[in-house]
Design a protein around this ligand. Sequence first.
Ligand code: SF4
Length: 411
Amino acid sequence: MSFAADFDRLPRTALLERAMSGSIAVARESLGRETLSLTDFAHLIAPAADGLLEQMGARSQALTRQRFGKVIRMFAPLYLSNECINNCQYCGFSRDNPIVRVTLGEEEIRREARALRAQGFRNVLLVAGEHPKFVSRGYLASCITVVRSEAPSVSLEVGPMETCDYEPLVAAGADGLVVYQETYDRSLYAELHTAGPKRDFNWRLETPERAYAAGFRRLGIGALYGLADWRAEALSVAAHAAYLLRRCWKAQLTISLPRLRPCAGEFQPRTRMSDRELVRLVCAFRLMFPDVGLVLSTREPAWLRDGLIPLGITLMSAGSHTEPGGYTGVDREKLHRTERGRIVELGASEWAANPATAPAATRQFEVADVRSAAEVAERIRRLGYEPVWKDWDQGLGGPAEAIEPAKLQPS
Ligand code: SF4
């Protein structure tokens, strides 16, 4: 049975009620347990549990150090294409947004991968919009091959596929798959996804299971905070993670906690999760899932990211660009604008005619932490942690390799 079937049987209303109105006394009891249930998780994210933040932080920190050591794994996103056939109202790449788009060619991808390698990265997340014409299965397989020659750990964040379509991508060298449900609220999901294959809620929800069946050994899930109520989303993420830990037990699981950022289309958040609530959610996930990786991206500002390092985060991106060609630029003649999915200025556009003033491809969203990877790594070291630039399990079974960017020469 898939998680989609399990999900509909979850007592979500009862759990949310506890997450909204649980007392500090029940939260304290939950905090004292060795193993937490979903009900305990609900108690720990309740408003009344705010008074326990310090204790939660201390326990979360101790657990994280015990299970992961004092290390932060580093990764960088490499955007391949911002073409997309879906309309997701909260995303800059949404089909109907009139933005500047491009799909990188092999040489551009190699340049981007080399630039990331020169910064120290050995763990790269390939990101692309969903577009069968521009981002085909064959295209993705060749992108993986190119990037694998520069980085031993390659993960994907691309449109969901069938298991048989994932298998060649695993064979090409991708070992991780990230797919956010965005919102676990079915009716809001239908409202926010107005066109394209992404409209199918269950198809997306079952993606990690199909990816696992295809051989991916790192799975990433999460909700996008700012759409539905954050407590409801966090409960669903926790239920999803618990399910995947049972069913996909050979995979390493990560949970991301992205909050909405400004992007093309100017979607305004529907709900809010404060910084303090984000901190508490990181701790609650750690207490519930001691061995699950917790991911924090450059969507969060530097001061908050630094503060969260000791509290439970294990994986961070740094120096990120969220547009194709963001690290080294693109062939400007390939840039084009689209309107309602149609290319309107290809070739004869103002920037094709005058490459010197050409814009870059449009970003998916604005990052908040604009520090370079080296600056972030330095900060991590100052906090007493070791930045680790590639995945734990790679590299002949030896210990994780820590490489200082300063010692690396651009290749
Ligand atoms: S969230 Fe993904 S699928 Fe939706 S518009 Fe953005 S890139 Fe496309």
